[in-house]
Design a protein around this ligand. Structure first.
Ligand SMILES: [Zn+2]
Ligand SMILES: [Zn+2]
Length: 272
């Protein structure tokens, strides 16, 4: 059966992705409004009630903006204990019930097996997700600060890998709008991966098994599609001969980009 990854939103203004196989549908982060998520799901032909759950990586607004409304509408939210606590403080009595997972422990979610991997990012207890679905491994590694050894071990050789390529260091340093402290935060080991670091990491993570690399969480004003493609030039030049599809998700817009991974054929086709 085919595994389909649809990116509904990616970047500092919101992150949300949908993973599907047959009737199974699982959301990763809900960082845009519930209204936008519902519209996107309608367009994709997926009912809100059909969602098995939403996996939350961390409590930053660009990952949870729509999660409260989805949770209150009855969609199960999955997060670790620290993230639950910080969201409970933020949302107060409106906090929906959540299913709590432990970092580093695999759990079953419908037909998927999910491993939350702790990452270094300036949130309470951020994680990335390694998801096994229909014999495929799908990695979601955004907001990861720096490429820790654990990240390399857990995300090497995924069939589909969603990796952040947040900013260009030169563009960020030259940016006149951000205060120095914010720049320091982004550049730190608990911020976001620059294009250069992401490209170096991708060389370690992408193996013969990897069919598709999705580059996302691009900064709206300190990055661009062309700058990312330049940083990944070495990998991109070999992509065709390796049978590797690479999709760079445009920043600052809510979009619907699909990657279909056919488990029978072992092929990934970017549809849109
Ligand atoms: Zn974050
Ligand atoms: Zn983020």
């Amino acid at each position: 059966m085919s595994v389909t990854l649809s990116v509904l939103a990616s970047g500092s203004s919101g992150n949300c992705a949908l993973l599907r196989m047959g009737d199974f549908a699982l959301m990763i982060d809900a960082g845009v409004s519930a209204r936008r998520i519902t519209c996107a799901l309608q367009e994709l032909g997926v009912a809100l009630q059909a969602l098995c759950g939403v996996l939350i990586t961390h409590e930053h607004g660009d990952h949870v903006a729509g999660a409260l409304a989805l949770g209150r509408a009855g969609v199960p939210l999955y997060m670790n204990g620290q993230t639950f606590e910080v969201l409970r403080q933020k949302w107060g009595e409106r906090m929906p019930r959540a299913k709590i997972f432990q970092n580093g422990e695999v759990f079953n979610l419908g037909v998927a097996r999910v491993l939350p991997v702790p990452v270094a990012h300036d949130a309470y207890d951020p994680v990335a997700f390694r998801i096994e679905l229909g014999g495929r491994v799908i990695g979601f590694a955004t907001d990861i600060g720096h490429p820790s050894r654990l990240v390399v071990e857990r995300f090497r050789g995924c069939d589909i890998l969603v990796l952040e390529s947040n900013h260009d260091v030169g563009l960020l340093q030259a940016d006149g709008k951000r205060p120095w402290s914010v720049k320091q935060r982004i550049l730190s080991r608990h911020g976001h991966l620059s294009n250069e670091v992401a490209a170096r990491l991708a060389r370690e993570l992408v193996t013969e098994r990897t069919r598709h690399l999705v580059l996302g969480h691009l900064s709206g004003d300190c990055n661009s599609l062309d700058v990312v493609r330049e940083a990944f030039a070495a990998l991109l030049s070999q992509a065709d001969q390796r049978g590797l599809g690479v999709t760079v998700i445009e920043p600052g817009v809510v979009c619907w980009r699909h990657v279909v991974c056919d488990t029978q054929q072992g092929e990934c086709i970017p549809c849109r």
